[in-house]
Write a protein that binds this ligand. Structure first.
Ligand code: GUN
Length: 279
């Protein structure tokens, strides 16, 4: 069965739009973008702006030249941290190579960080308190599994890749749901040894067609998070056609987990507003 993140994201947008209509205030999401017209980040940003507009949230873009220095960028974040209008913002990743992403993320104010990337917020994911937020892609993956009845308690989840924004938070989130979790990476000698034993495989490497149906046991669910572009074609990390024809659940690429990421970002932003108005 196809796990349809696009359909699920659309229903989340309907709920968000309905909630925003009841709110007297304007909610604004700020976004910092470094780099020009044709970067992957620009494409992500366009989608975020489009979805904000559809649900009635304001979107404020702070765009900087590709050659901005790390220090200059950090100074710009400090300005946003002190800006009363921009209550929440994100720094769109990836950043150009000369900038150390981890260092920049440390300078986002943790209370304005609706991506939930700041080390303080990432630490809270470890503690699994539902009153906090979750980084957007892991939140989207968890929601997708929940809505499509992919059970986790007592199941074996294999997570391929260990990035700070996807792989590591997912390890924590799956453990919190009583799954047995194996974390694999590019140095794992024989991936299929683990994937064959998995009930769920979450793959986020950006390596085209790394996961094939012969690497899976029966009825495994596959969540394919990332993508690569080969000869102009967007390819998933998993070989969708052969995997779905062998009775597995799978998210197709392009476009099925990413809409969930954006939906979770806007959902975090609305929740941040609601928390602030209650306090
Ligand atoms: N780049 C890829 N995924 C994300 C995300 O969830 N947030 C931001 N800010 N950048 C990203």
């Amino acid at each position: 069965m196809m796990l349809d993140g696009k359909k699920l994201a659309a229903s989340i947008y309907d709920q968000l739009s309905h909630s925003i209509k009841q709110i007297p205030d304007e909610i604004t999401l700020g976004a910092v973008l470094v780099w020009g017209e044709d970067s992957p980040s620009m494409r992500y940003i366009r989608q975020k702006r489009r979805e904000c507009k559809k649900i009635g949230m304001w979107f404020s873009l702070f765009q900087f030249e590709k050659n901005i220095s790390q220090n200059e960028l950090i100074q710009e974040l400090e300005k946003l941290n002190n800006d009363d209008i921009i209550t929440w913002y994100i720094v769109q990743l990836p950043l150009p190579e000369h900038i150390d992403e981890s260092e920049v993320i440390k300078h986002i104010s943790p209370i304005k960080d609706v991506d939930w990337f700041h080390p303080e917020n990432q630490g809270k994911v470890m503690l699994a308190d539902p009153s906090w937020f979750t980084p957007c892609t892991p939140a989207g993956v968890m929601k997708l599994m929940h809505e499509y009845d992919v059970p986790l308690p007592g199941k074996h989840v294999v997570i391929i890749w260990k990035s700070n924004i996807v792989g590591k938070p997912l390890i924590q989130l799956c453990i919190s749901q009583w799954a047995t979790v194996t974390s694999c990476n590019s140095k794992t000698p024989d991936l299929s040894l683990f994937t064959k034993m998995a009930d769920v495989v979450i793959v986020a490497t950006g390596k085209a067609y790394l996961l094939t149906h012969d690497m899976l046991g029966k009825h495994t669910s596959v969540i394919d998070v990332w993508f690569s572009v080969i000869n102009g074609k967007v390819c998933g990390d998993a070989e969708y056609d052969s995997i779905i024809s062998h009775w597995h659940n799978i998210t197709p690429v392009p476009g099925w987990v990413w809409p969930m990421t954006v939906a979770m970002l806007l959902s975090n932003t609305l929740s941040a507003y609601e928390k602030q108005s209650r306090s």
